[in-house]
Design a protein around this ligand. Sequence first.
Ligand SMILES: Nc1ncnc2c1ncn2[C@@H]1O[C@H](COP(=O)(O)OP(=O)(O)O)[C@@H](O)[C@H]1O
Ligand SMILES: [Mg+2]
Length: 232
Amino acid sequence: VSIANWYAHFRLTKPPFDKSVEDHDLWLPKAKQDLTDQLLKSLTERRSALIVGEPGVGKTSLLRALRQRLATPEFRVTYCHNTTLGKRDFYRMLSTGLDLQPKATAAALFHAITTHVAELGAQRIHPVFVLDEAHMLRQDVLDHLHILLNYDWDRLPLLSIVLVGLPELAARLSLRCNRPLYTRLHLRLVLEPANPSGTAEYIRHRLTRAGASHPIFASDTLALLHEASLGN
Ligand SMILES: Nc1ncnc2c1ncn2[C@@H]1O[C@H](COP(=O)(O)OP(=O)(O)O)[C@@H](O)[C@H]1O
Ligand SMILES: [Mg+2]
């Protein structure tokens, strides 16, 4: 029996546990909504944030929920996924994200970015730099994040940074050399794996979004799935 037959059998219109999830199909229980609210509040207050959690726990999905909330004229969001870049390429990526002309040197890029950020500030637009997989950031880039956050702005920084990564990112940031950056990440969230009822709710949610009209798994099956997945 092919997998397509199983989908037909349960009247599913698409693979229920596909890795790619449409934004409108995201599972956002109250706990996740609360996290997005907290993030939004911090960014509105021009603060920066750190989000850590084990692989697969839902960090990138949470960022997608946040992206929907930041899709307003008040924010200008730039996503950086390629976190293995060196300092100059990192600035180049930021400046491309901000629609700026490319420049040859890190210093020229830094100047263009800071000038633009100040202009956005004057227009009451708040730039947010989101760095996913930030545990892979090179040390020289981490050093520069602090410089960016610290740049000679007025009382509050004119930009926010959201660093997202594996738990070792928090450990790394708490090292002495990274303390200045760490202290500027005011909101620190740890995404915990789902508990058994969370896993069950997640599975039901995804099956429903794939077209299931009635429960497919018995409750002890859901419990087994939770154990097997460790909530991730
Ligand atoms: N809130 C959610 N709603 C729907 N699916 C999710 C959600 N969180 C995680 N997933 C599923 O789990 C997979 C891994 O989540 P992801 O956000 O990429 O984890 P992380 O970034 O922490 O490694 C996603 O591809 C998606 O299939
Ligand atoms: Mg991720």
